[in-house]
Design a protein around this ligand. Sequence first.
Ligand SMILES: NC(=O)c1ccc[n+]([C@@H]2O[C@H](COP(=O)([O-])OP(=O)(O)OC[C@H]3O[C@@H](n4cnc5c(N)ncnc54)[C@H](O)[C@@H]3O)[C@@H](O)[C@H]2O)c1
Length: 324
Amino acid sequence: MHVLLTGSSGGLGRFLGPRLRALGHRVTGLDVAPGPDTDLVGSVADRSIVSRAFDRGIEAVIHAGALHKPDIARYPAQAFVDCNVTGTLNLLAAAVAAGNDRFVFTSKTSLMISQAIRDEAGDAAIWLDEASGPLAPRNIYGVTKLAAEGLCRLAAAERGLACVVLRTGRFFPEEDDTHRDPSGENLKANEFLNRRLTVEDAAEAHVAALMRAPALGFGLFVLSAPTPFDRAEARDLKRDAAVVIARHFPDAAELYAQRGWTLPASIGRVYDSRLAETALGFRCRTGFAEILDALRDGRPLPFAHDPTYVSPKETGYGGPAFGP
Ligand SMILES: NC(=O)c1ccc[n+]([C@@H]2O[C@H](COP(=O)([O-])OP(=O)(O)OC[C@H]3O[C@@H](n4cnc5c(N)ncnc54)[C@H](O)[C@@H]3O)[C@@H](O)[C@H]2O)c1
């Protein structure tokens, strides 16, 4: 299959491009920043660029290119609308016109996080899955991703283009820009309990979505490492997460202590990716158990941590992609 991969120079794209090629697909990479997997440098918001990409004989789209959370501080709201909404519409229209039979859109779990959910004021952890709602994203990133999801839904319903939306949890390698204690690898390891996955698993989920899309017609899935917890534990997780973690992983506290790490005292939200397992046939390979295995065996951690990572569009060709 000839796949158009947007965001091909980015953190996800640079895993996904080679993975698709290894599976025998032809890949055209489109990104505003150059990169080893990028064939066309330009914006998805530019219809002439999208049309040039489709002139190459595109049969399917994986749309991972986006302005995202760190870009909120860098770009105005209009740039988010141009890239995340207009860009998605351009790609959907081109895919329909070309008679493509599948489209995969990388969305984000954070669009399910309203201010109230973020405040975590309740006395139980909030369970988030595909049925969660009503949705009230709290920033321009979430608002534009939710709009783009809606465009995918419409393209499937009105134009018969099979679309799979992947509401993906965290996989970024850089530091969290708001959370400082704990930080680094400790914070990332903790997040595998409820809200993170590896970039390799994120890439593999896109491959699964590409394969399953025509059979699904439309599908929307939350992606995160499988949580070890059950909804019945929501209150305990909020009150004293360490007790619940010890129930599932008796040696976690000791393994953490050996590394000078701390377990979360309280967990306020859990992304539940069970539907992806049953309907998409995809399950992340790396979860919290695999991280503990690595700690126990003295092996390298099975996830990336790179505090120096910056999106290539900020560094790749000498300047930002969008004007102020
Ligand atoms: N990083 C995460 O933790 C995370 C979590 C969930 C979802 N996502 C989503 O995953 C996708 C990939 O994100 P990433 O983490 O690899 O980020 P990234 O910034 O490393 O990659 C995004 C890529 O999109 C490109 N891009 C930006 N605007 C573009 C445009 N107008 N046209 C074409 N390309 C453009 C950028 O140059 C960049 O290479 C995004 O859609 C993002 O919203 C990321």
